[in-house]
Design a protein around this ligand. Structure first.
Ligand code: FAD
Length: 486
């Protein structure tokens, strides 16, 4: 994701009527029953120093969602440091009849890491990264962030093809797909997941992958946090030494010509060019602009030849591209603090053509809040190839991922910002690849219909079969849910 800088489900009461996030009738019943007080002392003994409850110091900071429109009140947050802690947390939650939410890096815009009345399994103390440069494998803790993974792998001239913001979690990002600068040469992040350790709904530890259950690995490659808590991710590493990247910015009226050149470059190759575009209005100048961000794995000579058409005969306003380390490329988009208000929604596209581009330019000029833009991520090269062993991710036949992102500060703007973003996403529907958006950018009110559409019926049925084996009671339901019944 790159940045230029809820509807009826916003707010706690309304969340109860939201189709996916809501507490089901079953968990409502749990909430109404008193929880055996002994559970907390037993869990505290099993995970010393790791259990936080309502009223404890720092409780409100701990339950803060990335998205400020989301205000959820879990029953407890268990900060796990090991697989054994996760097992203990899950078993105690099940014994108390509590639903379970999973927090990796905490960046879900839908707020899936926190849930009313739930026990939150937080992996914030599981951020270890071990690199085996000979086998080109990284073994990563379930709560690691990209800022943990990237320096450890780059020390060996290697990288996990990940996301583009250092403080996001690799857990949620991998399980939902994973779009980043290296996807043209190495595919999505989930395609590089080669095995994993998972604690399932009954507290059993299972191995996903060739030495365990290959079908579970298939499901983890895009099927989200539906199947259990991933305590260890093993990733195949890609050699990455020289990088060249930055932003090329143009006035919106040149967007059609720029897009034509971009499509020409993508069609000719090389596969390494995986641009991400933003279309938004600059707050200072009031000018609507198209920004082309890229992080090209290759030398300056190669990259400059590839992007030459984007520098020639086009009205460039700004060009900050140049040779940069992979770590610097990964920080190129900066950071976004927690508690800003967000609504993101979109579609993977069959094609991004001039008609849609013109439509998006017209829409973005009507934004009700200053920070609203379209993000257009190219799906190119290896990202379009099914990985060995396959993946649940269901949208690699698309050519672009298009998302409208609205970010604002005051609750007074909620209604109009959200209404505008929903309409903006709706306008893309005729170009949609399969009627679904990107799981990792889903809003809190994502519908079951869109979730199913994003996988297609066959993949969804296969995911439901895995769900039935590992979580038949749908204990892990604060996610883009795959119900056990399909
Ligand atoms: C600023 C920003 C930049 C982003 N940039 C990119 C980008 O470049 N590319 C991209 O593809 N996406 C990007 N995203 C989207 C990102 O992938 C999702 O927000 C993702 O959910 C973040 O993962 P997390 O672990 O931080 O989230 P969390 O909120 O902690 O987790 C979200 C959900 O994922 C599941 N989950 C997380 N960890 C585990 C685990 N270990 N085991 C089981 N389930 C787990 C759970 O269901 C959890 O509720 C960005 C998001 C933000 C906010």
């Amino acid at each position: 994701m790159v940045a230029p800088v809820m509807d009826s489900c916003v707010g706690r009461a309304a969340e109860r009527d939201c189709p996916i996030l809501n507490l089901s009738a079953v968990s409502r019943t749990f909430l109404e029953q008193p929880i055996d007080a002994g559970i907390w002392s037993k869990l505290g003994a099993a995970v010393p120093g790791g259990v936080r409850r309502r009223g404890d110091d720092g409780w409100d900071d701990a339950r803060q969602s990335f998205n400020g429109t989301i205000d959820r009140h879990p029953e407890a947050i268990v900060s796990c440091a090991s697989t054994a802690d996760v097992v203990a947390a899950i078993r105690h939650a099940r014994a108390a009849g509590l639903p379970i939410a999973i927090r990796g890096g905490g960046h879900s815009v839908a707020g899936h890491a926190m849930a009313d009345g739930a026990l939150v399994v937080s992996l914030d103390r599981m951020r270890h990264v071990e690199v085996d440069p000979e086998r080109r494998v990284a073994r990563v803790g379930g709560g690691a962030l990209w800022e943990d993974v990237d320096p450890a792998t780059q020390a060996h001239g290697l990288a996990v093809p990940g996301g583009t913001f250092g403080d996001t979690g690799d857990g949620g990002l991998t399980l939902g797909g994973g779009l980043g600068w290296l996807m043209g040469i190495a595919g999505l992040t989930c395609d590089n997941l080669i095995s994993a350790e998972v604690v399932t709904a009954d507290g059993t530890v299972v191995e996903a992958g060739p030495d365990g259950d290959p079908e579970l690995l298939w499901a983890l490659r895009g099927g989200g946090g539906n199947f259990g808590v991933v305590t260890r991710f093993d990733f195949a590493l890609t050699p990455v030494t020289s990088m060249y990247g930055g932003h090329l910015r143009y006035p919106a009226d040149a967007a059609g010509a720029v897009l034509e050149e971009i499509h020409g470059i993508i069609d000719r190759g090389p596969r390494a060019f995986a641009p991400m575009l933003t279309l938004g209005t600059d707050a200072e100048s009031g000018m609507t602009r198209l920004s082309v961000a890229f992080g090209y794995p290759g030398t300056a000579d190669e990259a400059e030849k590839v992007i030459a058409p984007l520098r020639r005969d086009l009205p460039l306003i700004e060009d900050d591209s140049g040779s940069r380390s992979y770590i610097d490329i990964q920080e190129m988009s900066g950071r976004l603090p927690f508690a800003l208000r967000h609504y993101w929604k979109g579609h993977f596209l069959q094609a991004l053509d001039a008609e849609l581009l013109d439509r998006l330019i017209a829409i973005v000029r009507t934004t009700p809040v200053p920070n609203a833009f379209f993000l257009l991520e190219s799906i190119v090269g290896a990202a379009r190839d099914e990985p060995v062993g396959g993946a649940a991710f269901g949208q690699r036949g698309a050519t672009w991922n298009a998302t409208v992102l609205t970010i604002w500060e005051s609750a007074a703007d909620d209604e109009r910002a959200i209404a505008w973003a929903r309409e903006a996403a709706e306008a893309m529907l005729p170009w949609s690849y399969n009627g679904g958006g990107y799981a990792n950018y889903a809003p809190a009110d994502e519908t079951p219909t869109r979730v199913r559409a994003s996988f297609g019926p066959e993949r969804f049925a296969r995911l439901a079969a895995v769900k039935r084996r590992y979580d038949p009671d749908n204990v892990f339901r604060f996610n883009l849910n795959v119900p056990p019944g399909g």
